[in-house]
Design a protein around this ligand. Structure first.
Ligand SMILES: Cc1ncc(COP(=O)(O)O)c(C=O)c1O
Length: 539
């Protein structure tokens, strides 16, 4: 056998491992063919100028891994069938399957197909008022990393399957304590089911508590992603209007007139209007649900951030008859990629929800649950909320101030006392699409509230809308997220908007750097290359 083998006595890798690597490579590359006989250990050792033990050790390893085989009385050979070959599928020409007929879907599959959606791009403008994300640049990354590393170094139990159907108990304890203290939720850890965010909690609720074809009430406007879940399950939706005090509870029909199984509400910061459901309405809603044997889904997605007034007690905390299913999420307070939320359930519903959750996805990732439990127990969670509340409160005031200054009564501000977004209703003679387009031209990204309205009457009714040149004028309502923007960006964004929508230049921000003060909307537009805007239909 004439085989070039290079060994380096000074290399850190022991000689037997080097020889093993060289021989293995020779076999895999075909320089040593199957059934080819190898020299005896004595001969190869002599030829390479190494000890016989070195050669034996590398042969032994190749034998144990199935690259070589010995034939008694004859010698050592390269195996017929190599282990690596066994792992490789045979190369075949890829042929796309050609089903003879379309694959039929289940009823659920058909419904999903009939309510298609895409995760649409958000505005990519230089200053984007997109909403729904916290200020991720202020997330305490070093601290989170330290907690992660500590768990990786000190235990390995998180590598295994979880044994708790409801989720990691210390995390449920931490959440129960927090909710009792901060949100006046009445619960213990046994009532909590940890979920993959609000999305999964809503999906479980409709799968377990309502039949396709049955009715539930939703806020109008309301959270689009929730609506999509309900529709995909074939639930019939009754939209109930919202005003500045939240859901108009008196518009809920009695179940004798109209059977309703569930009501979905965002009482502490109505999405998207930001309205706070007043205490009388909270009590009225609870009384209605008890009287009509309906259940209330309370989505408390961002009420950690309430400015200037005491938080209103949760519906769940006011309830005395177990009619409220309370949902929370860490998407807005920490980060949405964490995918951890929670469902506080009436005790009788816990086992069935836990089983259904387990059937769907078995469990949440163990490591993140442990890190989050530490994060809350060690006090970091609430201090992060305090810090972020100060930041958002400042941004919110800058935004409100800029809107007042630039637009005066042509921009009506709604729902600014909580959360991380507010809503603006423009009193301007433009359609939503025109407003978005004009904003784009000055490098500002806006998202219309339009997709969050359900019914056609919502599109056409009301003093806020009208018909111009045959086109339905929408309400001109836009959701302004402010959590990701600096005060300079917020001011600059609104200043540009004023130029784009009012056709005026503003000298009121004279303290801003001079290159940011443009007077001509046309030439200003040329300075930016905005992206295609969407109609605001985002999740
Ligand atoms: C009303 C409402 N609920 C819940 C969420 C968060 O959902 P998840 O926990 O699935 O991230 C959002 C996100 O935008 C929301 O607007």
């Amino acid at each position: 056998m004439e085989l070039a083998i290079t060994l380096d006595a000074n290399a850190p890798l022991p000689l037997h491992q080097q020889l093993y690597g060289e021989l293995r490579h020779a076999i895999l590359s075909g320089r040593l063919r199957s059934r080819q006989r190898l020299p005896s250990t004595r001969m190869l050792a002599q030829r390479l100028g190494v000890s016989r033990i070195t050669v034996s050790q590398s042969y032994d390893r190749l034998l144990s891994e199935g690259y070589l085989q010995t034939v008694v009385g004859s010698g050592t050979y390269v195996c017929d069938q190599l282990p690596d070959d066994l792992l490789q599928p045979e190369a075949v020409e890829p042929i796309l399957p050609q089903p003879r007929s379309p694959i039929s879907l289940s009823t659920y599959g058909e419904r999903v197909r009939c309510t298609p959606f895409t995760l649409q791009a958000e505005p990519q403008a230089e200053i984007s008022f997109r909403y729904g994300r916290p200020g991720l640049d202020d997330f305490p990354m070093a601290l989170w990393r330290r907690l992660l590393v500590r768990h990786c170094q000190t235990s390995d139990t998180w590598l295994d399957y979880a044994t708790d159907l409801q989720g990691y108990r210390p995390l449920r304890e931490a959440i129960a304590q927090y909710l009792t203290r901060a949100r006046a939720v009445i619960c213990n850890p046994d009532q909590i089911l940890l979920t993959n965010g609000t999305q999964q909690a809503l999906d479980l609720i409709v799968r377990l508590l309502i039949e396709p074809g049955e009715w539930m009430a939703i806020e109008n406007p309301g959270y689009l992603s929730a609506r999509r879940i309900f529709l995909s399950h074939g639930v019939q939706l009754l939209p109930i209007p919202v005003d500045e005090s939240g859901l108009q509870v008196h518009q809920l029909p009695s179940t004798q007139q109209h059977p309703l199984r569930l009501v979905y509400v965002t009482p502490s910061h109505q999405f998207p209007t930001g309205a706070l459901l007043s205490l009388p309405r909270r009590l009225e809603l609870l009384a209605w649900a008890q009287h009509n044997e309906a259940l209330i889904i309370e989505d408390d997605y961002d009420s950690e951030y309430r400015y200037g007034s005491r938080p209103m007690p949760s519906l769940q905390g006011l309830d005395t008859s177990g009619t409220v299913l309370y949902l929370g999420t860490f998407s807005k307070v920490l980060f949405p990629g964490l995918r951890i939320g929670y469902l506080v359930l009436p005790p009788a519903l816990v086992p069935i929800f836990a089983q259904a959750k387990w059937l769907g996805d078995r469990q949440l990732p163990n490591l993140e649950q442990r890190v989050l439990a530490d994060f809350i127990h060690q006090g970091h969670f609430e201090s992060h909320i305090r810090k972020m509340r100060t930041r958002y409160d400042y941004g919110r005031r800058v935004l409100v101030d800029a809107l007042h200054t630039q637009f005066s009564d042509r921009a009506e501000i709604l729902g600014e006392t909580a959360g991380i977004h507010l809503m603006v209703r423009f009193h301007l003679p433009f359609s939503d699409a025109e407003i978005i387009q004009r904003a784009e031209q000055v490098g500002v990204g806006l998202i219309s509230a339009k997709p969050h309205y359900l019914d056609a009457s919502g599109e056409k009714s009301g003093e806020e809308s009208g018909i111009r040149n045959g086109e339905v004028m929408w309400r001109r309502e836009f959701i302004f997220g402010y959590s990701e923007l600096s005060d300079t960006e917020l001011q600059e964004g609104i200043r540009r908007l004023a130029i784009a929508l009012l056709g005026e230049s503003s000298s009121r921000f004279s303290s801003l750097p001079s290159q940011e003060t443009h007077s001509d909307p046309e030439s200003f537009a040329d300075c930016f290359s905005p992206h295609i805007s969407q109609d605001g239909d985002r999740l």
